[in-house]
Structure formats: C-alpha cells, structure tokens
Design a protein around this ligand. Structure first.
Ligand code: ZN
Length: 428
C-alpha cells in the first residue's frame, strides 16, 4: 500500500474544471427559478433572458444581480420557490436596518446546510469525542441551530448555551471541559479577556474555535488564540444563504474553502458589477445551486474578498476565497482614496505595540475630510510611540494622512456580536 502523498500538487486552482462541473446545476437552477419563482421569471424576462441562454459561469454575467433590498421590499416569502407545504422552517436575518428578511427552508435545505456545517467541523478536526459549546443565539437567527445540527451530525456533544450570560458560559466551559468553542470573533475575544482577568485558562480544555460572523483581522485572531490557547478556524456564511457554515479555512489557514457543490461564487467590481478574474479584489456574489426554499441568483454579499488563484496545500477539491477584508458598505472614500477596515488590520500587524482593536472616525472640517484612527497600545509601550508608528504605517501602506491616537488596551468597546469600527460623521 502506498500512502505517500503525490510528489507535487498543482500550484494553481483549476477554476475552468470547477465551472464545467457546476454548469449542469447552474442550468437546472435557472430553469427551476424560471418555472417556480414568479419573482425571478419576471426579472429574467425583463433582462431579456430565456432560461436556456444561461449555460456557463461566463453567461451568468448577463444575469442581473440580486440585492438585499429585493428580499425586503415585497411581502415576506415573495421569493419562495416551492409550495408552502414543502417549507419546514423559516429563519430571519437580523433587521438592524429596515424590515427583517424571512428565509424559507425545505427539508432538503436543512439537510444540505447540516452537511456543509458537518464538513466545517470535520475540516477543523472536530470529532465525536469533542464537546462543542455553542454561544451564538438560537431562534430566528441561523447560527445557534446551524452549529448544533452540524455537531449532532458528526456525533460530537453539543453544549447549547446560546447567546449571552458570560458567567454561565464560563462555568459550563469549565465544568464540562468544553473542547471546541463556536462564537462570533468579538465574543471569543470578550471571553478570552474575561478568562485572563479571572486567571483560569489552565483549567480549561479548549483546543479549537470555529469563529466568524464578522470580519476579524489576523491580529485579533492571534490574540484570541493566545488568550484561549486554541487554534481558530474562520467560518463563513450569511443568513440569506443557509447561514454560517458555507465555508471554512483549513489547517493551513491560507483562505476559506467554499462548498462549491452547493454554491457558485463569483467576484464582481462593486461599482460596475463586472465579473472579475480569480485573484482580483472585489465583492463576493453567490448563486445557490441546490437551494430549494429560496434559491438566489447572483446574490450580492457586500463582502470584499477575492477568489484565490493558488491551490491549497491541503489538496481540497474546493476553491478558496481570501478571508473577508471588509464590507463594501464599510468602504469609505476619503481624500479620493477608497479604504476599508481590513487595511487597518494590516497596518496594525506592522505596528509594534498596537493591539487588535481600532476605530475609524471620519469628520469634515472646513470642507476637508479628516480621518482619525484610534488604536489600543499594549502594556510596556508608550502611547505616543504607537500612535506615531501607526500614522507612519497608514501613510506608507494606504497612502493617506491620518490623525492617530493610542488608548490603553481594553478601552475601545468590545461587543458580543459585531464590533462597529467605522464612524462616518461627514454628512451628519
Ligand atoms: Zn486547505
């Protein structure tokens, strides 16, 4: 028996072959939407598209994009593409702005999502011998129940604490000797700092974290890993497309593998909508190949990333996107330069003494844009030095002048959900 790994793996990912494999499912999806979804039939017809016209990923460029407002505008369930009798559950996206979006799931949708989530746990090395604490919320939100389904599928033990009550979370983590944590990255940081404050990290059994729900930079990642003593995996997903678990990085941590047997991913220029080639930075657009309850054609995620040109050393058949670098909505134009929070993460990595947390504050004074960046400095460093170095790094790496201020570690707000980083007061 030859267990040796192949001498050389391909260095670049074969997108052409992937797109060839996806073509039949894409054709079937467009046909299915045309037949079963009055909403998409109208939309495709208005764009002059017959279902038979869309055969390849390149043809998709002709298909109009779908944006969040479309799911929110009409009646709930307007985009449902099956008879209601086939729907077994709904979830809802967090309605921070406007009406929440209602997403119907068929039994098959729930199964497919469970399989994707189980694949995430497998890829992170989680097995039936693990105890997995699920700290995201249950209920209308997709996260809690999604993680739980994956945990049960692989046969691990779910500890469904749900959101909030940090004292209780820590007690369970300690008493039950939780080995795997699932959480938003912000909450993992929050828990890590609390554990450090109380000083009982050595009594915990944590070894792995599946964290996500927001963009979190490498510096924040390192800090969470140090505080909790774990290896972290970045889990990707959005409520409109199943929920968390549609992709995860592997042990090599070179990008997030996306489950392209269920989903077709493209990158577009967020301004022009033009399809971009692998390697180019733009907005991730997802088409659900197999979803039944509410399939989506070219759904705009507003997440900034790129398709990785490189094949992963792990040899996975699934391509990778870069870790999300920011939101197109968070991209701010200042002094004619587009900047997004991911660039500040990058700056902080190159600023000795800087922590992982930061805020961008934009104001306009006498017709001129002003960017203020607040960062935290680590113990043992001088605030003035860290602020000066940060200012220099922003100038060198992003090409703009910013006012920087360094505040003591722990002074910027932590959140149990998503941490707000951009404060734009220019049009207030
Ligand atoms: Zn990999």
């Amino acid at each position: 028996m030859n267990l040796a790994t192949p001498k050389s793996r391909p260095r670049t990912f074969d997108y052409e072959s992937l797109y060839r494999q996806q073509a039949p499912a894409l054709q079937a999806l467009v046909q299915r939407l045309y037949t079963n979804s009055p909403y998409y039939r109208k939309k495709l017809t208005a764009a002059g598209i017959n279902p038979g016209d869309i055969k390849t990923v390149a043809d998709l460029a002709r298909v109009p994009l779908t944006d969040k407002w479309e799911l929110r505008n009409g009646k709930p369930l307007d985009l449902m593409a099956v008879p209601e009798a086939e729907v077994v559950r709904i979830h809802s996206s967090s309605g921070t702005t406007g009406k929440p979006i209602i997403i119907p799931y068929t039994r098959q949708d729930v199964t497919d999502w469970t399989v994707m989530m189980a694949r995430c746990f497998n890829q992170a090395g989680v097995s039936k011998h693990d105890r997995v604490q699920i700290t995201p919320g249950y209920g209308l939100w997709t996260a809690g129940i999604g993680f739980q389904a994956g945990v049960e599928y692989i046969g691990a033990m779910a500890i469904p604490t749900g959101a909030g009550n940090t004292a209780k979370q820590l007690e369970m983590m300690l008493d039950l000797q939780t080995t795997v944590l699932t959480a938003t990255a912000s909450y993992a940081l929050f828990l890590g700092e609390e554990i450090q404050r109380q000083g009982f990290r050595k009594e915990l059994a944590l070894r792995t974290g599946l964290l996500g729900s927001e963009r979190w930079g490498d510096k924040m990642r390192r800090r969470i890993e140090e505080l909790l003593g774990i290896e972290t995996y970045d889990i990707y997903g959005l409520t409109e497309i199943y929920g968390p678990g549609i992709g995860l990085d592997c042990h090599y941590h070179t990008g997030i593998h996306i489950w392209t047997d269920y989903l077709l991913v493209e990158i577009i220029d967020p301004a022009s909508g033009k399809q971009l080639a692998p390697g180019e930075l733009g907005e991730l657009v997802i088409t659900t190949l197999t979803k039944q309850g509410m399939p989506l054609l070219r759904y705009r995620t507003h997440d900034l990333t790129r398709l990785k040109v490189e094949a992963c050393p792990c040899g996975s058949r699934f391509p990778m996107i870069d870790r999300v670098l920011g939101r197109t909505d968070d991209m701010v134009k200042i002094k004619g330069v587009n900047i997004y929070p991911g660039q500040i993460d990058h700056v902080l990595q190159h600023t000795p003494g800087a922590g992982s947390e930061y805020q961008l504050i934009l104001t306009r004074e006498q017709g001129k844009d002003r960017l203020q960046v607040k960062v935290e400095f680590l113990p043992g460093y001088e605030a003035a030095d860290v602020a000066a170095e940060c200012r220099q790094q922003i100038k060198t790496r992003i090409g703009i002048l910013a006012d920087t201020e360094a505040v003591p570690l722990g002074s910027l707000p932590r959140s149990e959900k998503k941490t707000r980083r951009v404060y734009d007061y220019r049009n207030v």
